[in-house]
Design a protein around this ligand. Structure first.
Ligand SMILES: [Zn+2]
Length: 418
């Protein structure tokens, strides 16, 4: 098969390295074979020149709920999902995944839907029967009776029950395990600030998941739950809000000694940005145009995360798409917001949604960087994204495994992973 050469004025490779000017990305059989300065085209190649655009890795969103409708109230998201048929849930999942792919999200990790339905969605994408991104699925989240997202159908209360729940999801085809270590905002009465499991139960869950070679993602809002998840050895700490037991937003009880126990060889913190920290960037041309009070408010939201980063904790940025006011075509806005929240550069923020994200979910050797040997999962955006992060929303083209699957935010037909 003839080589494909993608050319643009700027390359951001996703590793955090400085941008490369006028680089060629050479793709063969779906993989990147070389990345380097522009050379005269040899025969048997197809050169696509994107001019003053940026080539970067496809985005990796490690936290979303494909079956959820992203309505403007928690109650509606919950009631619509709980009342839907399985056929409706699957169709919603497919439509949402396609929406994300068209904006440059080439890998999605779904952190919880109804029982095993998402396994079917993943397999349909892999087989190429339906167009969609690379998908990692957990099935349903493991939660307590009356616990957060209990209507997804997987309730487990005792130590024996959580271990059985892990095995049931793995048997059904889960790529990883999701556990609700604390209550959550969208489940009335589940108490976001309180733990759902004790340390020993969480530890048994993690041990068995690791025995079966699955990583564990833990939803953690309350401070006790954050601490126990760290000590139980879960791999990805979702939200990690360090809320006080009352679950009051903005009141943090971050335990610095627990943060220092995070093992960077496999544990990472996944910041999800609520709608109020994302919507100010809708349609924004440049960060300079952001009002200073908004900038300060979002910076405040990032305070704990900046401190955890300074202490050496690996970070990832995720969307939590599907929940309240969080549609699947706005993940790029989370990256824009991250530049303010973490007080960092566009190149660093991009790393947190590409190579760092791939590393956190076990796909570090496969995707997440524009490097020889990796899958050619690529996002091309207009302009220089390293100079103006708002350009990340100006999607020009999306490649999945070396095939162009979307252009100008429109998905091609038959754009699956196969
Ligand atoms: Zn979630």
């Amino acid at each position: 098969m003839a080589d494909l050469i993608l050319r643009a004025a700027t390359l951001v490779d996703g590793t955090g390295a400085d941008p490369v000017r006028n680089a060629d990305v050479v793709v063969r059989d779906g993989r990147i074979v070389s990345v380097g300065p522009t050379e005269p085209a040899v025969t048997d190649t197809c050169v696509i020149d994107y001019g003053d655009a940026t080539i970067m890795p496809g985005l990796i969103d490690c936290h979303c709920h494909l079956q959820f409708g992203a309505y403007s109230a928690h109650e509606k998201v919950r009631l619509v999902h709980a009342g839907a048929s399985n056929e409706e849930r699957i169709l919603t999942a497919v439509a949402n995944a396609q929406k994300a792919l068209a904006t440059g999200v080439t890998t999605l990790r779904d952190t919880g839907g109804f029982l095993t339905l998402n396994m079917n969605v993943r397999d349909a994408f892999v087989n190429g029967r339906v167009a969609g991104p690379r998908l990692l699925v957990c099935g349903a989240p493991i939660t307590t009776t009356a616990g957060h997202l209990n209507w997804c159908g997987l309730r487990a209360d005792s130590e024996d029950e959580v271990v059985r729940a892990v095995r049931a999801m793995v048997e059904a085809g889960a790529d990883f395990i999701k556990v609700m270590a604390t209550g959550g905002m969208m489940t009335p009465g589940s108490q976001a600030g309180e733990s759902q499991y004790d340390l020993q139960t969480l530890g048994s869950l993690v041990t068995d998941a690791h025995r079966l070679d699955r990583h564990v993602a833990a939803h953690v809002l309350g401070a006790d739950g954050c601490r126990d998840a760290i000590d139980a050895g879960v791999d990805t700490l979702e939200h990690c809000s360090w809320l006080t037991p009352e679950g009051v937003r903005g009141q943090s009880a971050m335990d610095v000694s627990a943060v220092d126990r995070i093992d960077p060889s496999h544990q990472s913190v996944h910041m999800t940005l609520a709608a109020m920290n994302r919507t100010p960037f809708r349609g924004l041309e440049h960060l300079d145009a952001l009002a200073s009070d908004e900038r300060e408010r979002i910076r405040q939201h990032g305070a704990n995360f900046r401190e955890m980063r300074e202490r050496g904790v690996p970070h990832v940025i995720s969307s939590d798409a599907g929940v309240i006011d969080t549609p699947f075509d706005e993940f790029p806005l989370s990256v824009v917001s991250t530049v303010i929240a973490l007080d960092t550069t566009p190149v660093d923020a991009i790393q947190l949604v590409t190579s760092a994200a791939a590393q956190a979910i076990g796909l570090g050797e496969l995707t997440g960087a524009v490097k020889p040997g990796r899958q050619a999962d690529l996002l091309v955006v207009e302009g220089d994204v390293s100079e103006n992060i708002c350009n990340i929303t100006r999607t020009a083209s999306v490649y999945l495994g070396g095939r162009e699957v979307a252009r100008n935010r429109h998905l091609h037909v038959n754009a699956g992973t196969a």
